[in-house]
Design a protein around this ligand. Structure first.
Ligand code: FAD
Length: 340
């Protein structure tokens, strides 16, 4: 079999990082990315990009922890390199605060982030409505620069990018040996996945350069995540809502909630409002599948459904998807040898 040809669908953080893992693991593969949208028009561009895991109820905790750890280690190395500024990856310290103490004072990821500890009474004085808190240092991607950095690395590795909406995975059969499906919420339509649903999120990106620490309400409803250039204020979690239009009432509500956590935000300038649909599922669909039609087979690897935590686990799930791609290539090579 000649060098395997792999088509990766989707150019959000999952598609681009999966394509990169594939070319890094199998340099002899010819890889192309197909997507109807690229940065800055993906859900991944809307995200805050902070590494705080979201829990997937249908995935074993040790697996989620492994994905998070691999992602943290990968981005930590970037944050310590000369690439950090271009990639938009940086360390950030801050607080997660709770009105009532959470069930788990030390979450499963507490020994992956840096310097995790419970907040002192003196620190909690900054948050008079909260009675419990966790302080730690984690990583944050500034999403658009990080996506562009991934694209640049892909091009440097010979990966071609095509702007194209794929309506059926079979469109790519014949020209490609294998299709990797990373289309996020687009998988609802592309592969008819009824288990996948949107969780709408509206955020504000503001200019407030004096805000240096992240603040997250432990229930995930309100957060302040400073990036290199702008601060992301959030948010909303609207299950089943497909609307991409910003809602002015929600904008005011988010701003008020964030100001009650960090009153200096009253001085924030230049508010940009963005909306994204988290591709949510009980568990990430990270799976190999062989489709069959009229005696013809098509090998597919799925990697979508990262919900509210795609940035937090992207490298870990990309590595697992690349491993599944390796299994498909081995099976395809085995079947082409058997035909000889
Ligand atoms: P997307 O970014 O949506 O990419 C999917 C790609 O597939 C796009 O390029 C799209 O154009 C393409 N596509 C779709 N259908 C087709 C088709 N039929 N043919 C061709 N191409 C197609 N996660 C964190 O870890 N930390 C955070 O701080 C964080 N904050 C968030 C804040 C908000 C408001 C939102 C909405 C999400 C947040 N997330 C966060 C979650 C994170 O954004 C997602 O988990 C992640 O972006 C999913 O990436 P993706 O590549 O699967 O999807």
């Amino acid at each position: 079999m000649a060098a395997p040809k792999v088509a990766v669908l989707g150019a959000g953080v999952i598609g681009l990082s999966t394509a990169l893992c594939i070319v890094e693991t199998f340099p002899s593969c010819s890889v192309a990315v197909f997507s109807d949208q690229f940065s800055p028009n993906t859900t991944s561009d809307v995200a805050a990009g902070i590494l705080i895991p979201h829990t997937y109820p249908g995935t074993l905790i040790h697996v989620q922890k492994q994905w998070f750890k691999e992602t943290f280690t990968y981005l930590f190395a970037i944050s310590n390199s000369a690439e950090a500024s271009e990639a938009g990856v940086h360390l950030i310290s801050g607080w997660q605060v709770f009105k009532d103490p959470p069930k788990e004072e030390f979450p499963f990821w507490s020994d992956v982030v840096l310097g995790f500890r419970l907040m002192s009474k003196a620190e909690l004085q900054k948050f008079p409505q909260h009675q419990f808190g966790q302080a730690f240092t984690t990583l944050k991607c500034d999403c658009a620069p990080y996506l562009l950095w991934l694209e640049k690395r892909l091009k440097a590795n010979g990966v071609q990018m095509f702007t194209r909406k794929v309506a059926d995975l079979w469109e790519l059969q014949g020209e490609y040996n294998l299709v990797v499906n990373c289309v996020g919420i687009g998988a609802h339509q592309l592969v008819g996945d009824e288990k996948l649903f949107p969780v709408r999120g509206q955020v504000l990106k503001v200019d407030a350069p004096w805000v240096k620490n992240f603040i997250r309400d432990g229930d995930g409803s309100t957060y302040i995540y400073p990036g290199i250039h702008r601060v992301t204020l959030g948010g909303t979690r609207e299950k089943g809502n497909w609307s991409l239009s910003p809602d002015p009432g929600t904008t005011k509500d988010i701003f008020d909630r964030c100001c009650s956590l960090e009153p200096s935000l009253h001085g924030a300038q230049d508010v940009i409002v963005r909306v994204g649909l988290r591709p949510s599922r009980d568990c990430v669909r990270l799976q190999r599948e062989v489709l069959s039609r009229g005696g013809v087979k098509l090998s597919v690897v799925h990697n979508y459904g990262h919900g509210a935590g795609g940035f937090s686990v992207h490298r870990g799930t990309a590595k697992e998807a690349a491993r599944l791609v390796g299994d498909c290539i081995a099976a395809l090579q085995g079947s082409s040898r058997a035909k000889l």
